[in-house]
Ligand binder design. Structure first.
Ligand SMILES: [Zn+2]
Length: 491
């Protein structure tokens, strides 16, 4: 008998103009899933590490991860779901399933891909096989997820650096369940709020206090795991909001007590999450005035980790005109520009429009003239703790265009920008730049804090803006904070 392991992960943004496709997940099945994650600091890496140490047989099912974007198109969702089900059915019936998901994935006609997937696994495995699920801290936890899983464990960190630890804990709970040494009792509270990611760090501020409280309860042995889910805010779906999920060893009333107490605390501190956004031109001026770089400007409204297309010119349009006194690096998604630059070749001077090709509402292309400094296949490997460390990523064909002091890294496809390795793999070292522009609300702080002289989140329009009132909500359940600011609620 073996323990099955699987991961299907994506954070959706239902406002994104870019749909998600099957290929974006780069899914692999069976042994290849194990090979991708063994020895890596991912949830699956944690599953594998603990199960090997405990001498448990591992049945790898699949591994799939996609950059954040809009809903997965329907036929591709059905294909991915069918292939997961087929892969799970093709192995001898496992004694448990460990499943790593994000918790905020949507598809066309499906607001709750995780709930659907957990439900599918439950139907295939029956009611008695333990299913332990790991989720991102930005998961939108639903009744279907809680119903289908024996235990749900979310990250304790943001920026997310504890994927391996969460995976390890999930695997140890499953193994202890099979040894008759743990009987998870899970209780939860949904909280009617959405909060901006910009001020939700677990190292300081309101979220740090909540996570510390959860950690104290766990450290005293009163809970196996308590997760505070602040939720990814840009999902216009009915069953939307924050949540607290508490898992204890067999004590349902304690789990309920902890979930209720922390949900109330999350609600009571909701106003402390308000984000401090700096107007772009002020931020560039202050960065130039700074004695030393790098000064990191975070364009969170176009965060490629929050479902934005990464094509915003909200910062770029000012950057190319600014009187820079040092190099500035920025990443932009624009497949057409990459094609033009590839055709021109390295060393050529080219005038072309860059960016503003997907989110036509919030950005316009910027006309720039520059020298093609580098062409690449766009493959790069994250090094810092966080998303997929050690696992090669691809942003398709890419180019570096040098426009005066601005180095524009242009990718044919979106990619995460939180790790300086993205620029380093393309001949740009952020350490020696005066300004570095990342497309992330907070995740970038893990790897950039040690090198940045200053960091600012800039205010630009986009589909992952912290300004929720700007978004065209239609299906969101009301009332919800902060859109209904006077809302009263008790856990
Ligand atoms: Zn997250």
């Amino acid at each position: 008998m073996a323990i099955a392991i699987a991961s299907i992960m994506q954070e959706s943004n239902t406002f994104s103009p870019v749909k998600t496709r099957y290929d974006d997940f780069d899914p692999v099945f069976g042994q290849a899933a194990l090979d991708r994650h063994a020895g890596k600091l991912t949830e699956m890496g944690g599953f594998i590490d603990v199960l090997r140490r405990r001498k448990r047989e591992i049945a790898p099912v699949c591994a799939a991860w996609a950059i954040t974007a809009g809903r997965l198109v329907r036929p591709d969702f059905e294909r991915l779901s069918r292939e997961f089900g087929d892969a799970l059915s093709s192995i001898p019936k496992p004694e448990a399933l460990l499943l790593a998901m994000h918790g905020a994935q949507t598809a066309e006609g499906e607001d709750d891909v995780e709930g659907h997937t957990i439900g599918l696994a439950r139907r295939l495995l029956g009611p008695l096989v333990p299913i332990v699920v790991t989720l991102d801290l930005h998961a939108n936890v639903t009744a279907a997820m809680v119903e289908g899983a024996d235990a749900i464990l979310g990250y304790h960190t943001y920026p997310h650096v504890d994927m391996f630890e969460v995976g390890s804990k999930a695997a140890s709970i499953a193994a202890r369940m099979l040894d008759g040494k743990c009987k998870p009792a899970m209780r939860w509270r949904k909280v009617p709020l959405i909060v901006p990611a910009e001020n939700a760090s677990t190292s300081k501020g309101p979220m740090a206090r909540l996570v510390r409280r959860a950690g104290e309860i766990e450290a005293r042995g009163q809970a196996e795991w308590i997760s505070v889910f602040t939720v990814q805010p840009w999902m216009d779906i009915h069953e939307m909001g924050g949540a607290v999920v508490a898992v204890t060893d067999g004590d349902a009333s304690a789990a309920d007590r902890h979930a209720r107490a922390l949900a109330q605390k999350l609600w009571d501190t909701r106003r402390d999450f308000d984000a401090d956004l700096v107007p772009v031109q002020d931020a560039i001026r202050e960065a130039i005035a700074a004695k030393e770089g790098p000064v990191v400007l975070a364009e969170s409204s176009d965060s490629t980790g929050s479902g934005s297309p990464g094509d915003s010119t909200g910062v770029l349009k000012y950057l190319v005109k600014a009187p820079l006194d040092g190099a500035a690096a920025i990443f932009v998604v624009d497949p057409e520009a990459v094609e033009t630059l590839r055709a021109a070749g390295v060393g050529a001077t080219v005038t072309l429009p860059v960016g503003g090709k997907f989110d036509l509402k919030n950005s316009k292309p910027v006309r720039v003239t520059g020298r093609v400094r580098m062409l690449s296949d766009g493959r790069w490997t994250p090094r810092a703790r966080g998303y997929n460390p050690g696992i090669e990523q691809s942003m398709g064909a890419s180019a570096v265009l040098e426009c005066g002091r601005v180095l524009i890294l242009i990718g044919a496809k979106s990619t995460m920008t939180v790790d300086p390795a993205l620029f380093r793999c393309h001949g740009i070292d952020p350490l020696y730049c005066k300004i570095v522009v990342v497309k992330s609300p907070l995740g970038f702080r893990a790897a950039y804090e040690p090198i940045a002289k200053r960091m600012m989140v800039v205010d630009t329009p986009g589909v992952s803006t912290a300004n929720f009132a700007r978004m065209p909500w239609k299906r969101l359940s009301r009332p919800i904070y902060p859109l209904d600011a006077g809302l009263e609620w008790k856990a």
